[in-house]
Design a protein around this ligand. Structure first.
Ligand SMILES: [Zn+2]
Length: 319
């Protein structure tokens, strides 16, 4: 079978591997769709996880074999996999390969959802966990900076939580158009004058400001857009060692809260239930599909000038 390897920093290879043999409490999954995530780029830079690794922590597929003691899954089941507690694609082989073995307890049936939607439960679960951690209150005015796949999910999640309005800012106008299609109340092109533009419309700032860029320059600005007693959610993955400046007096005097969030906590099941019930549009955050063999092109696409949202890998495209 084929598998993507990150052998060392910036060293990607599509090679071959033995089909894994599942243990008694594991299942073998034929991967059908796997999402490329911003954290995969941090793995590629050697900033996260361990190398070498077969990456991919957002994936869905078909159960082809279940271990002896597995009672919850059968061959033919269509499932998505939570990496929680297992580290698929970060510490152990993940979904950018034809077949992956997973703990049965980490596999969840996707019912009528598509494989692509199944692969996107993991990032949506991270969003559910983040919004739960920071707390969205009915009637909050919310600002999301960054209209990539995660920003578009945060937008939808904040709406589900009862936000009064969700404002989205990004440097790319096409992404803002997508945000509007997915329910953003207003959008702003992010530039040097973003603060003036936002405060002209929202002079008291936002109850909740969210970074979905991982860029410390953008993160640093959030405090200036946040209302007194407001909250700042740092969702984006900043590189280790990067720093932002804050004014302690401002945090103190205006009673601001800064919340960090990482991973999906225990929210995978909730995120899946919300998707099954049709409360979130996952399909419209996808921009590209590539076969497994074109994984290096997928990486170039996400890093290059072409506008991309969620990029999904379909192993069967290689067959
Ligand atoms: Zn991810």
């Amino acid at each position: 079978m084929q598998a993507v390897y990150i052998d060392a920093i910036e060293k990607i290879r599509v090679g071959t591997a033995e089909v894994p043999v599942p243990g008694d409490d594991e299942a073998l999954i034929r991967v059908r769709s796997a999402g490329l995530c911003g954290s995969d780029l941090h793995i590629l830079k050697g900033e996260f996880g361990r190398l070498p690794i077969i990456p991919g922590h957002e994936f869905s597929g078909d159960v082809v074999e279940a271990g002896k003691s597995v009672t919850t899954l059968s061959p033919g089941d269509r499932v998505t996999v939570s990496p929680a507690g297992a580290g698929y694609g970060v510490n152990v082989p993940g979904g950018f390969e034809d077949y992956v073995k997973v703990r049965a307890q980490n596999a969840y049936p996707i019912d009528h959802l598509t494989y692509d939607e199944g692969a996107l439960i993991e990032p949506f679960a991270c969003v559910v966990h983040a919004l739960d951690s920071v707390g969205v209150t009915l009637g909050d005015k919310v600002l999301v900076v960054g209209a990539g796949p995660i920003g578009l999910l945060l937008l939808q999640g904040a709406k589900l939580c009862g936000a009064q309005s969700v404002t989205v800012a990004d440097v790319v106008e096409e992404k803002l158009a997508k945000a509007e299609a997915l329910g953003a109340d207003e959008t702003f092109v992010a530039g040097d004058d973003l603060k003036e533009k936002l405060l002209a419309v929202h002079p008291n700032g936002f109850d909740l400001t969210i970074d979905a860029t991982g860029n410390p320059v953008a993160q640093e600005q959030l405090l200036g857009f946040t209302a007194t007693r407001g909250r700042v959610l740092l969702f984006g993955f900043a590189s280790p060692g990067a720093t932002m400046r804050i004014e302690p007096y401002d945090i103190f005097r205006r009673e601001l809260k800064i919340v960090g969030t990482f991973g999906q906590g225990d929210k995978f099941g909730r995120a899946l239930a919300l998707a099954k019930a049709g409360h979130v549009n996952l399909a419209d955050i996808i921009s590209h599909h590539f076969p497994l063999g074109a994984f290096p092109t997928a990486i170039e696409t996400t890093r290059g000038p072409e506008i991309s949202l969620k990029i999904l890998i379909h192993p069967e495209g290689d067959s």
